[in-house]
Every structure is written in structure tokens, then in C-alpha cells.
Design a protein around this ligand. Sequence first.
Ligand SMILES: Nc1ncnc2c1ncn2[C@@H]1O[C@H](COP(=O)(O)OP(=O)(O)OP(=O)(O)O)[C@@H](O)[C@H]1O
Length: 214
Amino acid sequence: MYVIVKNLSFKYKNAKDYQITNFNLEIEKGEIVALLGPSGSGKSTILRLISGLEIPNGGEIIVNNRVLYNKNVFIEPQKRGIGMVFQDYALFPHMTVEKNILFGLEKINKEARQRILDEVLELVDMKEYKKRYPHELSGGQQQRIAIARALAPKPSLLLLDEPFSNLDAGLKKRIRKEIKEILKKSNITSIFVTHDIEDAKDVADRIECHPCEM
Ligand SMILES: Nc1ncnc2c1ncn2[C@@H]1O[C@H](COP(=O)(O)OP(=O)(O)OP(=O)(O)O)[C@@H](O)[C@H]1O
């Protein structure tokens, strides 16, 4: 199994109750899994735990045979090789598409960076847009650039938090299909969080509910 999350539990420091108790998830390589649940059920918290932005109180997280968290191990978020796409895309507004994508890849030599840039822009079909600024793009295009940026460092796992919630209802159907194609073409393993069953059905290979009694 490529991703194993076992008996994960977590409580925010200032909270009385546990937000996550004994959460389990297993994912095959290249699979797209939707984490479906109502608002406030803890879906974003699960992504924050997998990416290392929060420290679990117990359990285990393994990706590609590498332990990211257990009772003896905590790998820092920047060393996990996990890509994230946020609900608002979080593109840098003062940087062009090209600069957004290359941000954080400064250590790689120039030719390799150019190759990665061309590769991810080709993947999301946005080659002509590299000199544009985020405000010059549509919501769907911004989302594709956010995915290109997350894929550029070649993460082992991609996490997407409510990736469709900012999109016009009329465009959603088409954009879901495009995103599924992009994820499949890149062969990335991904988890995306949504409260919308239509998002989950259209994009995911498999739906996991949270909480599961819903
Ligand atoms: N920093 C925090 N400190 C304390 N409690 C928090 C914090 N962040 C979130 N929570 C609480 O944890 C619970 C789970 O929140 P989370 O954002 O994971 O839910 P969600 O399922 O992603 O919801 P949504 O779909 O509305 O984003 C909620 O009750 C929320 O109020």
C-alpha cells in the first residue's frame, strides 16, 4: 500500500475534545481518493496532519514506505515531499505564472528548472500563459496553475483542500473532468477534501467518508 494512515488521533491544543480519533486510510499508488464529509467534520485537519502542519497525538503515517509520523518519528512538513493545493489556490499575486511555479525550486539548475516548467505547463495545458499574473486568469486557470505549482517539485503525494469550492457552478462539471485528467496523466497519488458528493463522484477513484457513519 502506497499511503497508510493508521489509528490517527488529534486534538487542537485549545480544544476540549479530540477532532480526529482512530482515523484510518489506505491508498494505492496513482489512486485519487476523495475525503467526503460535512463542514467542521475534520477533513482539513486530516490533510494538515498528513502534510505535517499539525502534530498528531497518536497513530502512524507512512507514504511510499517512508514513516512520516509515528510515536518516535516526526518528519518536518518541508521534508515530506507532499504537495498542497488550497481552496483559494494561494498563488503569489505579484508573481507571474512562471515565477509562481518556479518558486521554491531555486536550488535546481536553470536547464532542469526550465524543463520542469515546460513539463507542468504542458500538463495543465497553460503554456501560453506563463507571463500572465494570477489576476489575469480565470478561476479555473488559477486552479490549474496552483496544481502545476504543487506538482513541479515532484511530490510523492498531492493533497487538495476543497479545490472546487471557488468555481462557478456552471463550470464545475468541465473543470472536474479536466482536473481528473491532469491527475491521471501525471500519475500522482492524491487525496482531495470536499463536502460535495458530486465533486467526489466525478473526480475520485474511491470515496472515503469522514465521519463514516454519515
Ligand atoms: N486551529 C484550531 N484550533 C481549534 N479548533 C480548530 C482549529 N482549526 C479547526 N478547528 C476545529 O476542528 C474541527 C474540524 O475542522 P476542519 O477545518 O478540519 O473541518 P472540515 O471538515 O475541513 O470543515 P470545512 O469543510 O468547513 O472546511 C472544527 O470543529 C473546527 O472548529
